[in-house]
Design a protein around this ligand. Sequence first.
Ligand code: FMN
Length: 436
Amino acid sequence: MLTGKRILLILSGGIAAFKCHDLIRRLRERGASVRCVLTPAAARFVTPLSLQALSEDKVYSDLFSLTDESEMGHINLSREADLLVVAPASANILARMAQGLADDLATTVLLATDKAVLVAPAMNVRMWLHPATRANVATLRSRGVAFVGPNEGAMACNEFGPGRMSEPLEIVAAIEAYFTGRLPAAEPPPLISGPSVIRMPPEPMGGAIAHRPLMSRRAIVTSGPTREAIDPVRYISNHSSGKQGHAIAGALAALGAEVTLVTGPVGVADPAGVKVVRVESADDMLAACRAALPADIVVCAAAVADWKVRNAANGKLKKVPGAAPPALELVPNPDILASLAASGPQRPALVVGFAAETENVVANAVAKRERKGCDWIVANDVSPATGTFGGDRNTVHLVTASGVEAWPTLAKDAVAEELARRVVRHFGTSGVVAAS
Ligand SMILES: Cc1cc2nc3c(=O)[nH]c(=O)nc-3n(C[C@H](O)[C@H](O)[C@H](O)COP(=O)(O)O)c2cc1C
């Protein structure tokens, strides 16, 4: 979709500049070419050398460079691009763009361009919510500048709220949307979707404000496949890798939740900061989940085998020459999601299930939410062509009581982080203070 497209990537000075390495890689693997312009501040966060190596093009930063100006020139930088992307966009560069300043190469190119501009802001939550930034964003929007993000989340500055730069794949999706005419030029960037600024509760040992909005919450996450024994050496299972469930456990833990990860046999590493309980069968998984109750949140991301072998053998089944192969009698496994979602004193406040479907993904997920009695269903298409099972990316729909949301294709880590942000929003957070 991006084959032959020329992206002029303008980096300004913020911690999120490091994400541009991945952004360049993602754009180039889709066939786009990327040329980078840095503000002097951006060059304090990433090196021109790394950007040059990844983009395989010269990196520009000096407005008054005799060689650059004679070879390319600030006007040509914009002429030779199909789209200008400012990522990360600092509060400072937004202000300079809104004012029409041209005091370095980046802003001179931005003022001289007649090409579309897409901006991915990245800054501290208070900088994003400051009336000056709000006014600058409104000015830029009114001039047709498009925005992607920022996202809400934990920030490097130990606060939580809107201001995190969109993930590289979200920026790629916005760029693709621009080239297919699906990106409304003046779409309002999300300001905030809940409380204005969330001040985090202190760390248990006192001291600095932490970015842990789920700190008082207990979560159970299931992940991976289950194995249903045929005999002591053979089993029935599926291709689930555990990548998505493990990423969710890690994302909830990163936001402060006390997470028990109940996992079938997988090859992925344990996420940091979670308690891991390893199981094999669906019966074991249900027992481990029950043992981990009470919890506020349950996310059932495991691909639990629907059936188990009723007549599993205690010893290894032998091949007998001339004899018929053994007949396996299957019986249903316990329904872990429905069982945890059933009302009762121990029902977690938020029960999230996954629906792995190969057809009618949304319709089946909507029906599953009703049938299982859970609050949300994350529906994904696992037909082989999607590469979801075992792959690093996922295209999901979030089905809730209020409707169905189609999410763009994201890295499984990004799906996990977004789901964790939704969990934070669902519970709200104490200690809310008004926006400055
Ligand atoms: C460690 C560090 C991190 C920073 N992160 C951000 C940031 O994420 N967003 C932002 O708007 N400014 C950030 N700043 C401040 C900018 O770098 C500063 O405003 C700079 O003047 C921006 O210049 P530029 O917009 O020309 O790149 C940071 C500064 C430092 C020292």
